[in-house]
Write a protein that binds this ligand. Structure first.
Ligand code: PLP
Length: 439
């Protein structure tokens, strides 16, 4: 019996013992092509020599220094690197250890910003249904994934949830994408009016919805309208790029493609690429200066914030992406992956939609295509697909559907940026074999 408290307590997991480029290797020598980066994490694969050397070098000099005593060179350098490349207006970085912590910090910063400005009545959050922002209680309350929330509802603060931008299911017949985006913007504004605009603190959204919907970008213009509405009512816009950020969609920040600048943005997963646990909240100058000129102290913190080794690893990952021009590779490989998925699955009776951006792609699975009927959740299709794919030597990220009875199961693909084109074929072939075995 394992003494590890695994998430699925009855499940047997193979033991991962090594990594080679985009492959993971288990104790029996089996190789798995990592087509999902774990959970959209491993953007540089599993054995990058430069990153490993950077970690070794940093640990040899300084592994960790508590941030209440010191700053550190890798933390300062990583903050400079990110801010030089972030949408203008973002001016500082708060480092944490992962995505949920980054979201918690963003929520608390938003609240403290309004306290510093003398607007204590601003406390309401608005987010979207069918979203995921993390499993800690503040982040879980913000997310709209009912399956993840259900057991813990009594422990969650109240957050308003409006509709996600989910064109495959919700754009009405005959409605243009622009009109659909406009309808969603009107719904957001109506919720703000209902709560009282002067009481609303922030609107939180993922630019490309990851774990809950499976790589669903917004329709053109949606986020511009959201930004305008937030500005009109003095509400902060928090964009959660924990999964879709750091190059995953083909630009360093997914928001760049929407032409909007958030007040706060969260990143994690691809920041350190799995070489070290790290996340961050990027903060706009007006929030930083309100806190700096007010109490001068952010009422928050964790032991491992700004961990020197994690920052050195993330800096090496981000420099490698830039120096090797991997973002243009993400765009190219992303198009190649989409094309291969369409060629192979566009006529598949259980594939309802194929979507995404860059190397962030999703297939929505349906029992019946014309009616977009979701599979019965009791079938636990996602578990079946994951098991079968692992059997075939493929890691993909299937998720259960019918959240609110409305979405289908989906498979998320988020492979490393270092793939060779023939490995795109390997992904699609193995996925095809797995789906043939399941259906
Ligand atoms: N936000 C988004 C958009 C995510 O996809 C996730 C994780 O999947 C999180 C937050 C939480 O990140 P973590 O699991 O690192 O706490």
């Amino acid at each position: 019996m394992s003494h590890v408290f695994h998430r699925h307590l009855e499940q047997h997991y193979p033991t991962a013992v090594g990594g080679e480029g985009p492959y993971l290797i288990d104790a029996e020598g089996r190789r798995y092509l990592d087509a999902c980066g774990g959970a959209a994490v491993s953007c540089l694969g599993h054995s990058d020599a430069e990153v490993i050397e950077a970690i070794r070098e940093q640990v040899g000099r300084l592994a960790y220094a508590h941030t209440s005593f010191f700053t550190s060179e890798p933390m300062e350098a990583l903050a400079d690197f990110l801010i030089e490349r972030a949408p203008s207006g973002l001016s500082s970085v708060y480092f944490v250890s992962g995505g949920s912590e980054a979201v918690e910090a963003a929520l608390k910063m938003a609240r403290q910003y309004f306290l510093e400005r003398g607007e204590p009545q601003r406390k309401h959050l608005i987010a979207r249904r069918q979203s995921y922002h993390g499993n800690t209680l503040g982040a879980l309350a913000t997310g709209g994934n009912t399956w993840r929330r259900r057991q813990f509802e009594p422990m969650l603060v109240e957050v308003s949830h409006v509709s996600p931008c989910y064109a495959y299911r919700d754009q009405a017949p005959g409605e243009t994408p622009e009109a659909y985006g406009e309808r969603l913007a009107a719904e957001l504004e109506a919720e703000i009016e209902r709560l009282g605009p002067e009481t609303v603190m922030a609107f939180v959204a993922e630019p490309v919805v990851g774990a809950t919907l499976g790589a669903v970008p917004a329709v053109p213009g949606y986020f511009k309208r959201v930004r305008e509405i937030c500005d009109r009512h003095g509400i902060l816009l928090i964009l959660d790029e924990v999964m879709c950020g750091m190059g995953r969609t083909g630009s360093l920040f997914a928001a760049e493609q929407e032409g909007v600048v958030p007040d706060l943005t969260t990143i994690a997963k691809g920041l350190g690429g799995g070489y070290q646990p790290i996340g961050a909240t990027l903060v706009s100058e007006r929030i930083r200066s309100a806190i700096a000129e007010g109490s001068g102290f952010f009422q928050h913190g964790h032991t491992y914030i700004g961990h020197a080794t994690a920052c050195a690893a993330a800096l090496a990952v981000q420099r490698a992406i830039e120096q090797r021009d991997l973002l243009s590779r993400v765009r190219q490989l992303g198009e190649g992956l989409q094309q291969r998925l369409v060629d192979r699955f566009a006529d598949h009776p259980h594939v309802g939609d194929i979507r995404g951006r860059g190397l962030f792609r999703g297939l929505e699975l349906v029992a019946e295509r014309d009616g977009k009927t979701p599979f019965d959740p009791s079938r636990k299709l996602h578990a079946e697909i994951k098991r079968t794919a692992m059997d075939e030597g493929l890691m993909c990220y299937p998720m259960g559907g019918t959240i609110d009875g409305r979405s289908g199961d989906h498979i998320l693909l988020a492979p490393p940026f270092i793939l060779e084109p023939y490995q795109l074929d390997e992904i699609v072939d193995k996925l095809d074999i797995s789906l043939k075995r399941v259906f």
